[in-house]
Ligand binder design. Sequence first.
Ligand code: AGP
Length: 615
Amino acid sequence: MCGIVGGVTNNDITALLLEGLNRLEYRGYDSSGLIVLSKNNTFDRARSVGKVKNLEDNLKARDQKILGNIGIAHTRWATHGEPSISNAHPHISMNSVSLVHNGIIENYIDLKNDQLNKGYSFTSETDTEVIAHAIDFAMKSCNTLISSVQLAIKSFSGSYGLGIISSKYPDQIIAARKGSPLIIGIGKNGNYIASDQMALLSVTKEFIILEEGDIAEIKINKITIYDLDGILVNRPITISKLKEGQVDLGNYDHFMQKEIFEQPQAIRDTLESRITKDSVVISAFGHKAETIFKEAKQVQIVACGTSFNAGLVAKYWLEDIAKISCNIEVASEYRYRHPMLLDHTLFITLSQSGETADTVEALKTAKIINNNISTLCITNSAESSLTRLSDLTFLTHAGPEIGVASTKAFTTQLVSLALLTCTIGKLKNIINKKQEKKIIDGLKRLPGLVNEALLQEVQIKDLAIRFKDTNSALFLGRGTMHAIAMEGALKLKEISYIHAEAYPAGELKHGPIALIDRDMPVIAIAPNDELLGKLKSNLQEVKSRGSQMIVFEDTNSKVEAMDAMEVIPVTSNLGRITAPIIFTIPLQLLSYHVALIKGTDVDKPRNLAKSVTVE
Ligand code: AGP
């Protein structure tokens, strides 16, 4: 949830720390800070509340530059303690240890009481400060920094990604990971740490992904890694395929806008080498996929937020098209209850980041409940906790998604789930060759169809003005479009702070219709499917209660426009698989333009973070 970057180099590190923080800001932006060891081995620290820009301004305003070859930095998403200078990282203990932390130390109150008794004082309300004191205390009985960290972390319960420096060991950074992502970058002029590769792309493409429980000692020309049991280990070096330009705005005003318009290419990339002229490539899901899918008796999906909405679409597809029973649940609930998990369940996790703590823990829970299941993760992150924990991995090739509001990750997840539905249906002899070809043809049309839907932007921009003073909105859809309505409502909430709810259109009469009046706009999705007649009746019910309505329709749906009801044709002749993907586009554009009108921070909406690696 927070972002960490650090390095030990031949050069001054400050500029790189700031660049890294800017690239990690999507992970949290309540406050930020950095610390370096200056020439005389003393700490020089700067911290600011708010965006990284405030930290940059703070540094510019200083008479004395912060200079040094070794340093760590942090951008925070507050969990314990409000966003304030004193709660911002890095934290320092006794002028001897300084660290940055991503995660939560759950037993920090017990540790704090113990440390108060030992004479330590606290300057923050965070759970992090106890880590610094624990390491300082351990240094009294250990003769290296890494052994002090190894000793101290034995007392922690919870999760951490840590970057640690010490004035007593000025040639090294210690990195430790448990439950929060952390990577090491190997550069020509030094070695680095970060929460993700994007932070370090300007200095290296070579990375070591730390595994759960790893602790590393990082010096300018030497990296030593110990595993959970303190055993010296060699972790492989991976070469990143990310390009620096991929994480820049280019000609766009916002990452969300850029990512909405990148969807045709992202879908093309996700389909590439996964389909042939007329069929799906089964091995794209991994060499064990064929056996696993044939054996699967039912599917359980867990995910959070937007990824959950994608999973809900897949539930309809898997049951309707592949005829396999499918349950879906939000990961934050699944992980804490005692679910039944039958043998031969295909357990699927969906996650853009591959690091969402609830989803990762739900997967671990599932494996404990029944080890006679198979696991598949669909993620946008090749080197992530989910990929490491799963039997099968299917990567969405969306490219880096920086905007906190997920867009291209969602549509590429849907494409991946469509391929999965087709694969399972085919392996179970539910889908014949003709039906498979029809699905593949539909998927191939998607990039063009998305481009067409994007052309509606001008009209949607005009519609957005109506939401200027709106406090609440209702999204309606039936079948898979209920999931798309949920995604539309989530987008509007996240970036324009308008209360929005989604309902299956048929459920309206059981309560929510009481909310409807002239001040509550209703946004409905009207594909030309077997439920169209029923949806039209529901729209009439809403209309007669005086609501202002916007209907996104398939041209063949022929929803009749009336007073206070605007009908926007989005596309035509869509099938069960293509329709949810295409109807997502106008909803993304609508929330983007409403947010612009409201003047919110589109890419970094308040209180949110891109990658939710805490509970
Ligand atoms: C989407 O717009 C949200 N920012 C959020 O709901 C997100 O989808 C959720 O936190 C799950 O993230 P993941 O896909 O990386 O697991």
